[in-house]
Design a protein around this ligand. Structure first.
Ligand code: GAR
Length: 189
């Protein structure tokens, strides 16, 4: 069995999709949800799916002993960042080389980097009158929004689209592709 942890900060619609996709998987189990916000919706999804969850402080995230202890306790060997808005510290990247996967709501390297998350990305895409945007699923390295791309998918941006319209299209792509990409990576590393 391969044990996947989901790190998330918000509503967790991607996390929920991943939980449902792997719910009765023969060789991949969602073993832990790690969240940095006590009131995040993702915690309710974890509870409903009977997945242990752990709320971490910024100090905890920077503490190798605590974090590696927590992940070790749950036998974690892969980590999916599903709307996790904190940078992953270098010690964690080194402990899980090519085993941490992030989803970004744009076509990196465009609209990446600090401050580019969630609706900020879609607002920038609309402000720049882009005609297409999309998603990037990538391995995590020590550089923010960097790392080998595993998949990019595009969608059209209409001149009449609002940032909320774009967010809807991008989320649909995320929900369709994140779990299968994780499955492929974990089963064929
Ligand atoms: C997703 O669109 C994800 O790509 C984005 O946050 C959203 C979380 O939605 N992540 C980033 O912007 C990371 N830079 P969700 O909580 O409904 O899954």
């Amino acid at each position: 069995m391969q044990y996947l942890a989901i790190f998330a900060s918000g509503g967790g619609s991607n996390a929920l999709q991943i939980m449902e996709y792997f719910a009765s998987h023969s060789s991949i189990k969602i073993a832990l949800v790690v969240c940095n916000k006590a009131d995040a919706g993702v915690l309710l999804h974890a509870q409903k799916h009977k997945i242990p969850s752990h709320i971490i402080t910024p100090q905890c995230l920077q503490n190798p002993e605590k974090m590696l202890g927590l992940l070790g306790l749950h036998h974690i060997n892969y980590i999916a960042l599903a709307g996790f808005l904190k940078q992953i510290p270098a010690y964690l990247v080194q402990a899980f080389p090519e085993k941490i996967v992030n989803i970004h709501p744009a076509l990196l390297p465009k609209y990446g980097g600090k401050g580019m998350y969630g609706m900020h990305v879609h607002q920038a895409v609309v402000a720049n009158a882009e005609t297409e945007t999309g998603i990037t699923i990538h391995l995590v390295d020590e550089v923010y929004d960097h790392g080998k791309h595993l998949l990019q998918k595009t969608c059209e941006v209409l001149a009449t689209d609002t940032a909320a319209d774009v967010a809807k299209k991008v989320l649909a792509l995320e929900h369709a592709h994140f779990a299968p990409v994780l499955e492929k990576l974990i089963l064929n590393p």
